[in-house]
Structure formats: structure tokens, C-alpha cells
Design a protein around this ligand. Structure first.
Ligand SMILES: [Zn+2]
Length: 370
């Protein structure tokens, strides 16, 4: 930014350098959100010289206020554009405040947690990363991933990576995919930001590119500057290249129906009708019943690049994990998919079940579309 004859760099965090030698009384320490900064005052000495220029610190602060207003709305606490490393003491306090380690934290509770800990909403997301990581299940790599997404509702959605032993590695699900599925299951319409323990891999960048408002999705990585997804995935191939305007998290309805269904099959059918399958037109859903009678469903999430697509079984297993249940408890699984669909989840579903729940009863139902 150039003001008068001086070059001024927009501030990052609290590291605003003194850019004005014209007697400006404003220091970076006094630059707080909520200060009266509009319009910026002129520096007194520049006025006396008849070469009036506005206070650069105030101009920069004004820019910061504009970009951070949305983030601040969550807690009322200013946030830093430079992402901090999770603080072990804060993480420990957070674990004590969240003994149930929920995978969904509603907006009111998130705001309360941030206030209690004296941190911003974004810092809360970063502090939740290590909490999430502890719940990852990667038996092959033993590499723990934790992710936290924020929906436009203000709710926070946690995610972890899942690997399946004795299976092809392409059955692996990533923490970022978990977050998206979690948000979809909760009926969230849009994700605004996503905090992850490490840079999203190429697979996840492509998967996230399918989201409503994907390009503007903010990615928060500890100790790195905040970026938007479009900066991580320049010159992308996405839905727009295949003429698709719908996006993951937008409402879906496929009109699939079955002549007779029991309750579990009905839930799988419902999950299939909520799935996202704009490319193969092969919606599908899975319902899993555990030995204790609890039921978890999952909807297929397709991707323009095909390979990053999330199967309905993977989605349902994420919900089993979110409930802290074991795969050993799986008793019955029903897959519902469109009759004569171009893609099928049948073989992939039975293959994964053979690894994690070989004794489960598995049924496939073909549903008619509209
Ligand atoms: Zn990934």
C-alpha cells in the first residue's frame, strides 16, 4: 500500500512496523478492533506542512477490521491473521471442558469455549486440532490428522483420518473429508473455514473444491498464514468444467424409492436420496446397525475428478467413529443404490466390510429413480 511518499505493508498480527515519521500518535499497540478508524485521521505534522496524508497505521487497521469482522462475530475477541501453534496448556483446558470430545460443537458452545479460554474463534479451531487428532484411526500409517471446519451457522465440525487394515489404500478417508461429511450430515449449508493439522493433500484440495463456496474457503494451518482454497488449488479442474452447478452441501433430492423396506433399509434409502452424485447419476446411501441397536447412515459424495469421491460406507463409518463406537459392533449393513446406475458401491462396500466387520449381515437394494 502506498500512502503519500511512504510505502506501507499491511499488518500481520501485532507486528505492524512504525511506518510514519510524521508525528502520528497511533502505535501498533493501540491498534485494536473497535477503534474509531473511519475515516483515518491525518498525521498532524503532515497537515502542518500542507502535505496532509492519512495515518498509515489507521488505514491498515481499517483494512484489518474489514477482513476480520466476520471472524470476530463469533466471540467478540479480535483474531490474528497469523495462525498460532496450538498451546498445550490451552488444549489441556479444552479437553477438560469437552470431556465427551464431540465431533460437532454448536455455535453457542463454541463462543462460550472461546470466551472461557480467552481466545478468538479461529484460535479455538486451531486448539481443537490436537483434540481431534487423538480420535484418528490410521492403523497403516499411524499418522494422525485432525481437522476442524466452521459452518456458516457458526457450528464447528471435527474430522480425523480413517484407514482400513488389509485394504487398498484408496479406501482411506481424510480428515478434511470427515469434516465435510460431518457438516453434510448436520445439514450445514456451507463451510467458511477449515483448520487442519498439516497442509491439505492434493486429494483433499480436489475434494474441497466441490464445496459450495469452495474458492473462498479459508484454510488455517498452525504457524502459517491463512489462505483461501483457490490459492492452494490454482488453475483447478472442478464442477464448472463438467457443467455442474450444484455443489456438496447444497440440497439434494433424487426421488429414489423401494417397494418394501424395513426400518434400516428405509434409513439407507433416505441417505441415498441426500447423496451428491451429479456426474454418474448414481446416488447411494448406507445404513449401519450396531449390536446395541444404534443406527448410523452415510451418503455418497461424488467428485468431479472421480477418485476423491467418498463412498456411502466410508461416510457411515465416519459417523460410527464420531459416536466413539467400534467396528466390531457392526451387526447389519444395508446399501441402497440406484438401479442401473453407471457407478456401483456394491463391491467396494463388501470389500471393506470383509476387513472390518466380516460377520456383519450385508444387503444391497436397488432403488428406482424418478
Ligand atoms: Zn488429504
Amino acid at each position: 500500500m502506498i500512502i503519500g511518499t511512504q510505502t506501507f505493508q499491511a499488518p500481520t498480527g501485532r507486528t505492524v512496523s512504525k511506518a510514519c515519521n510524521d508525528g502520528c500518535s497511533h502505535s501498533d499497540d493501540s491498534a485494536q478492533l473497535g477503534d474509531p478508524v473511519s475515516p483515518p485521521e491525518a498525521c498532524p505534522k503532515s497537515v502542518a506542512r500542507g502535505q496532509s496524508h492519512p495515518c498509515p497505521l489507521q488505514v491498515a487497521l481499517q483494512a484489518r477490521v474489514t477482513s476480520e469482522t466476520v471472524a470476530q462475530q463469533l466471540t467478540g475477541i479480535p483474531v490474528s491473521p497469523v495462525q498460532s501453534k496450538p498451546d498445550p496448556a490451552t488444549t489441556q483446558k479444552l479437553k477438560e471442558l469437552l470431556p465427551d470430545k464431540p465431533f460437532v460443537i454448536e455455535s453457542g458452545r463454541a463462543a462460550e469455549l472461546a470466551r472461557t479460554l480467552g481466545i478468538s474463534g479461529e484460535q479455538l479451531m486451531l486448539e481443537l486440532i490436537p483434540v481431534a487428532r487423538e480420535m484418528a484411526r490410521p492403523p497403516v500409517s499411524e499418522y494422525l490428522v485432525g481437522a476442524v471446519g466452521r459452518g456458516e451457522s457458526g457450528n464447528l465440525y471435527l474430522g480425523v483420518n480413517l484407514e482400513f487394515g488389509k485394504q487398498a489404500l484408496n479406501q482411506t478417508t481424510h480428515g478434511e473429508q470427515f469434516v465435510v461429511q460431518n457438516a453434510m450430515q448436520a445439514g450445514e449449508a456451507r463451510l467458511t473455514s477449515l483448520a487442519v493439522s498439516a497442509e491439505p493433500c492434493g486429494h483433499c484440495r480436489q475434494f474441497l473444491n466441490e464445496l459450495t463456496g469452495a474458492k473462498e474457503l479459508e484454510i488455517l494451518i498452525p504457524e502459517k498464514p491463512k489462505v483461501q482454497l483457490k490459492e492452494l488449488l490454482p488453475r483447478d479442474f472442478g464442477p464448472q468444467d463438467l457443467g455442474v452447478t450444484a455443489a456438496v452441501l447444497s440440497p439434494q433430492a433424487h426421488g429414489l424409492s423401494l417397494p418394501e423396506t424395513d426400518e434400516l433399509t428405509g434409513q439407507a434409502l433416505q441417505a441415498a436420496n441426500k447423496s451428491y452424485s451429479p456426474y454418474s447419476q448414481s446416488p447411494s446411501g448406507v445404513a449401519i446397525e450396531l449390536k446395541d441397536g444404534s443406527v448410523f447412515t452415510g451418503s455418497y459424495i461424488e467428485n468431479a475428478a472421480f477418485n476423491p469421491s467418498l463412498s456411502p460406507l466410508q461416510a457411515a463409518l465416519m459417523n460410527v467413529v464420531a459416536a466413539k463406537k467400534s467396528y466390531d459392533e457392526i451387526k447389519r449393513v444395508v446399501l441402497v443404490e440406484r438401479q442401473d446406475g453407471k457407478a456401483s458401491q456394491d463391491f467396494a462396500t463388501s470389500a471393506v466390510l470383509a476387513s472390518i466387520a466380516p460377520n456383519a449381515e450385508y444387503t444391497v437394494r436397488q432403488a428406482k429413480g424418478e
